[in-house]
Design a protein around this ligand. Structure first.
Ligand SMILES: C[S@@+](CC[C@H](N)C(=O)[O-])C[C@H]1O[C@@H](n2cnc3c(N)ncnc32)[C@H](O)[C@@H]1O
Length: 218
């Protein structure tokens, strides 16, 4: 089935029912993502916090840590963190339709800043940045920029962590890869990969195909 897409984009769903694949990857801009949201094509959304992230969050003692969740979508991670008492969370998404949903969902919650904007233009200083299906949503040509921007946004010894796919996809998004591709790009930007291993904290549908990682800014 080809979903109805506005703004002249010509797209088809991928075999995972995840993203609508654009004919031209240069179209992965705010309008592309906004159309995904407007068309209700959010097959990437697992609906809750992945077990590996939950375990990591449960190990963090500093509830006032500055936390950023870029490309946050429905921000299930933010909801979990707020419920655990974390009080300094920022989420950012480029799609206005996603941000509208977020503002409604979190309207009476303190401790959360919701930003509509481009991660690559965002400014700030964070102790922790959470990765959950944002890296894989970006064209691979942006991976170095992603790591540089992460390094810029992290305080010294700040941690970027989360989940990355350890598999390839025929077309993207999502764009996959492997540890051997990811680590050199992280290291080049000054992000020391302290951990990057296949996790058993994936959701059943992704079990065995995800790496849980932590990288430290130096
Ligand atoms: C595959 S979805 C993942 C959403 C969420 N992290 C999840 O796992 O459910 C990617 C999200 O990143 C957002 N996005 C894409 N490019 C972005 C950018 N440059 N800056 C901020 N958000 C972006 C999209 O609007 C979309 O909501």
């Amino acid at each position: 089935m080809t979903p109805k897409i506005e703004k002249g984009l010509s797209c088809t769903m991928d075999e995972n029912g995840c993203c609508i694949v654009p004919d031209d990857k240069n179209q992965l801009d705010w309008a592309y993502w906004d159309n995904q949201w407007a068309a209700g094509q959010t097959g990437w959304d697992i609906g809750y916090v992945a077990p590996a992230l939950k375990e990591w969050f449960d190990s963090i003692n500093n509830k006032s840590a500055d936390i950023l969740i870029p490309g946050c979508g429905n921000a299930h991670e933010a909801e979990y963190l707020l419920n655990k008492g974390f009080n300094n969370i920022t989420v950012i998404d480029i799609a206005p339709s996603a941000v509208r949903i977020l503002k409604e969902k979190f309207k009476n919650r303190d401790g959360l800043r919701i930003i509509e904007g481009d991660f690559f233009k965002h400014e700030g200083e964070y102790d922790i940045i959470v990765e959950q299906t944002f890296f894989c949503a970006l064209d691979p040509s942006l991976r170095e920029n992603y790591c540089q921007q992460m390094a810029k946004l992290l305080k010294k010894d700040g941690i970027l962590g989360g989940l990355l796919f350890d598999r390839t996809f025929e077309k993207g998004p999502p764009f996959g890869g492997c540890k051997c591709e990811y680590t050199p790009v992280f290291h080049k930007s000054g992000l020391e990969v302290v951990e990057m291993n296949i996790t058993n904290g994936s959701i059943p549908e992704r079990m065995g195909t995800e790496l849980f990682f932590k990288s430290r800014s130096n």
